[in-house]
Design a binder for this molecule. Structure first.
Ligand code: BLA
Length: 512
């Protein structure tokens, strides 16, 4: 028997999911080499396309079957298209073969022309009406001005269009874990909104593939995959990165079955070349979605991505503008201020706002200034702790979990968790910004660590068998200081040092 490579948590990101050697059974695949001979064929080709469908090794020109002319024409079209590294040559059409309707999708994979024929689901003649609905949906997406509202609308629209039982917007975080940030679902289903899933649920190679091929349909998680055979050993395994019938990783199939899902369609939300999130659609039973409808969903996700990008850029620009104003006010203020503490203290309100924090303290020589509900005793204790930290030449210290690092401070009832300390020159002065605790209750969609179970391939690590909510309460931390906030901190320090250099020069001039 062929040896089955064991897939486990350590190596599942190396499972070569782009060359599975099989397709989903609701279609057939034929790949042609440069001389237009069949070099790969799915084992169900004759059964689906008719007994006269071309067989392995046969030249397309030698085949005679109903619908051949349409197939031939599309293959010729794709062969004539220029293919670049970033763009696959791809064309599709609807054809009648063997008394059935198929979506014919042809694309180039290296030197090969890959022909996929997907059975058309019955009763979906209204593609024109669908196109109109999709157009109106995109128009509505463009009019949203908040990311949350935009995603909420997108999942609703997607569910209307594609008819799944559940549609989720899944947004990745910096650590590649993800969160369901919007959801529209059949009322019989339990809500998944707000749940968090670990990074390993979508391994790295799958993420890379989802950047190249942005929509994938798993039409039936209980269907038996159909092997794709090669004409000879040289044919090697067929790269199906850009295919539409690619068979799905068995480990992911198991995951979906455990989740009670019958069919899944997910569409990448790509922003600045990065996988920002996905629209994940689940159905409780098997579900086929015609190719044209899937392509409209894909375009919808692109419109969504463009709008999310615009809104995020606007938020960033507004914050940057606020920061720029703060800097120029500081530079102005320093012209008249007695000292650095005075200049900064005058801006306590806008400073705490820009850094999204609740309190700040300023210290230089004997001067101590506090803003927010921060008793002097606490300010002193915090300052002492900051002064004792090894800065290793750095002018900035950012802490998100102060109680864990400074238990003694916590015992004194300080209650501060986030601390951003900026060193004011070499004279031992500090600007310290403080944040309160942000208790985060993570609703993991199941216990994050995977469990051993005995599957059909013997004992191995499998995706989670349980998707019951698992609450993790994270205490003693604040919101993290963003890179933009740290950068603003560094810029303020640079402004201050320029201002004091100018003052010194002024003083010297006055003396001479
Ligand atoms: C793929 N994992 C995926 C996909 C999703 C998720 C959306 C894309 C394929 C699809 O459309 O179904 C994960 N799906 C989720 C999450 C939610 C959801 C988080 O609905 C939340 C609601 N998965 C594991 C482990 C491994 C693993 C441990 O949990 C590996 C050991 C693998 N996931 C895995 C693989 C794929 C995948 C290999 C790629 C499937 C493919 O495209 O062939």
């Amino acid at each position: 028997p062929p040896s089955v490579p064991a897939v486990n948590l350590e190596n599942c990101d190396r499972e070569p999911i782009h060359v599975p050697g099989a397709i989903q059974p609701h279609g057939a695949l034929l790949a042609f080499d440069a001389s237009m001979r069949v070099c790969h064929a799915s084992a169900n080709a004759a059964q689906l396309l008719g007994a006269s469908a071309p067989v392995l090794g046969q030249a397309l020109a030698a085949a005679h079957f109903e619908g051949l002319a349409a197939v031939h024409a599309l293959i010729r079209d794709v062969a004539a298209l220029p293919a670049t590294d970033t763009e696959v040559a791809l064309q599709s059409d609807e054809v009648a073969l063997n008394g059935q309707r198929f979506d014919l999708v042809v694309h180039r994979s290296g030197p090969l022309l890959v022909t996929e024929l997907e059975q058309r689901p019955a009763g979906d003649d209204d593609v024109a009406a669908f196109a109109l609905r999709a157009h109106r949906a995109m128009d509505r997406l463009k009019r949203q001005s908040q990311v949350d509202a935009l995603l909420a609308l997108a999942v609703r629209v997607m569910r209307e269009l594609a008819g799944f039982d559940r549609v989720m917007a899944y947004r990745f975080r910096d650590d590649d874990s993800g969160e369901v940030v919007a959801e529209d679902r059949h009322e019989a289903l339990e809500p998944f909104a707000g749940r968090r899933y670990p990074a390993s649920d979508i391994p790295a190679q799958a993420r890379r593939l989802y950047l190249l091929n942005t929509l994938r349909l798993i039409a039936d998680v209980h269907a038996q995959p159909v092997p794709v055979l090669g004409a000879d050993l040289q044919a090697g395994a067929l790269d199906m990165s850009h295919g539409v019938l690619r068979s799905v990783s068995p480990i992911h199939i198991e995951y979906l079955r455990n989740m009670g899902v019958g069919a899944s369609m997910s569409i990448s939300i790509v922003i600045n070349g990065r996988l920002w999130g996905m629209l994940a659609c689940h159905h409780r039973s098997a579900r086929r979605v015609p190719y044209a409808v899937r392509m409209a969903c894909d375009v919808l996700a692109q419109v969504l991505a463009a709008n999310v990008q615009t809104l995020l850029a606007r938020e960033q620009a507004e914050w940057a503008e606020e920061g720029a104003q703060l800097r120029s006010r500081l530079v102005q203020g320093m012209l008249h201020a007695e000292n650095t503490v005075g200049g900064l203290a005058a801006l306590a309100e806008p400073l705490t706002k820009a850094f999204n924090c609740e309190a700040m303290l300023l210290a230089e020589e004997a001067r101590l200034f506090v803003h927010g509900s921060l008793p002097h005793g606490q300010a002193q204790a915090l300052l002492q702790w900051v002064q004792a930290q090894p800065m290793a030449g750095s002018e900035l210290l950012a802490v998100q979990d102060l109680p864990h690092r400074a238990p003694a401070l916590e015992a004194a009832g300080a209650g501060w968790c986030g601390l951003l300390a900026l060193r004011l020159g070499d004279a031992g002065g500090w600007l310290v910004l403080l944040r309160r605790e942000q208790v985060e209750t993570i609703r993991w969609g199941g216990k994050p660590e995977k469990q051993y179970t005995v599957g059909p391939l013997g004992p191995r690590l499998t995706p989670r068998g349980s998707f019951d909510v698992w609450l993790q309460e994270v205490r003693g931390t604040s919101l993290p200081w963003t890179e933009a906030q740290r950068e603003l901190g560094r810029q303020l320090l640079a402004d201050l040092s320029r201002a004091s250099a100018a003052q010194m020069a002024e003083l010297n001039r006055a003396r001479t």
